[in-house]
Design a protein around this ligand. Structure first.
Ligand code: PBG
Length: 324
């Protein structure tokens, strides 16, 4: 029945009515806190292009994790920045590497914290690519997949609760699943960066991880922002290869992909609200141009409404505080 009989505003008139008919829930349980760990002792250094986000040495990371847990966040996604980088990213699959040591320290201090590790070579290679280039600079898929699977096993050996491959090589989820099963980690889930787009919004992250490619760019393996159907295809392939959760990244420019992946697969979907999305909101907030709390919670609610089960965001700890 049309207006005037139907008036949607009636159920918007009080807080209680609004709560009764609210379709989307956002709680700290939906959020994952990313963190950067660096070599050294007692270091917390703020990332200039990400005010409020720091790189921590292991002992400071353990302390930071305590605050994240205290805020009500149950999981963290770890990125390592090694002291030395080389052509084949050896630091990524070194059992005494920065992430492996950080995982052990975190699980030791906070056994209930769910520690997810980002699995990629770009933070560990001196050329900054996510795989190994040949003489012409082309990233070699199958060789890179071998090293990426090796990295995942090493993270699981260190005690990672889940591994998250972000390299965008073809077939890496299947290789990781097969080899982790063989090596005694059949229960460690894979959170696959499935539809990962070649995005300008990774800029601040690359400052933080010192992982800007030394030559070329990542468009030969990360996705073209124009493609939606291909994003769904990537997600379906990862699911077939054994991914437990599918990820869409970045988040806000790709909310249609979140929705499409959710509807096409019915699988658990995560989205990554990336560094540049964080920095854009933070910069506007610091200038007094946006109400930070309202804008951030609206953004995260929108991602949940689009179909994301889990949201990886640098705002996790702060948002959890606001939600309480
Ligand atoms: C590594 C990786 C990147 C991000 C997560 N994993 C950078 C990239 O692909 O260049 C970006 C995260 C962010 O911007 O917050 N492959």
């Amino acid at each position: 029945m049309p207006f005037p009989a139907t008036r949607l505003r009636r159920l918007r008139s009080t807080d209680t009515f609004r709560s009764l008919v609210r379709e989307t829930e956002l709680t700290p349980a939906h959020l994952i806190q990313p963190a950067f760990v660096i070599a050294g002792e007692s270091i917390s250094e703020e990332i200039p292009s990400m005010p409020g986000v720091s790189r921590y040495s292991i002992n400071n990371l353990v302390e930071h994790a305590g605050e994240v847990i205290e805020a009500g966040i149950g999981s963290m996604l770890l990125f390592g920045i090694p002291a030395d980088k080389d052509e084949v990213g050896s630091g990524a699959y070194d059992d005494e590497g920065i992430v492996q040591m950080a995982v052990r320290a975190l699980k030791d201090a906070h056994p209930d914290l769910t520690v997810i590790t980002d699995v990629c070579l770009c933070e560990y290679t001196d050329h900054g690519h996510c795989g190994i280039p040949d003489a012409d600079g082309n990233i070699q898929n199958d060789l890179s997949v071998e090293l990426i699977a090796k990295t995942a096993i090493s993270h699981a050996d260190a005690g990672a609760d889940a591994v998250a491959p972000s390299d965008m090589m073809d077939g890496r989820v299947g290789a990781m699943r097969f080899q982790m099963d063989e090596e005694g980690h059949p229960d460690v889930p894979i959170i696959a960066y499935s539809a990962k787009y070649a995005s300008a919004f990774y800029g601040p992250f690359r400052d933080a991880a010192e992982s800007t490619p030394g030559f070329g760019d990542r468009r030969g393996y990360q996705m073209d922002p124009s493609n939606g159907t291909e994003g769904v295809r990537e997600a379906e392939l990862d699911l077939e290869e054994g991914a437990d959760m599918l990820m869409v990244k970045p988040a806000t420019p790709y909310m249609d992909i979140i929705r499409r992946v959710k509807e096409a697969t019915g699988a658990p979907v995560a989205t990554y609200h990336v560094s540049g999305e964080y920095s854009a909101l933070k910069a506007a907030a610091l200038n007094g141009w946006l109400d930070e709390r309202e804008a951030v919670l609206e953004t995260l609610t929108g991602l949940r409404r689009a179909g994301a089960d889990a949201i990886i965001t640098y705002y996790a700890k702060e948002a959890a505080g606001w939600l309480r």
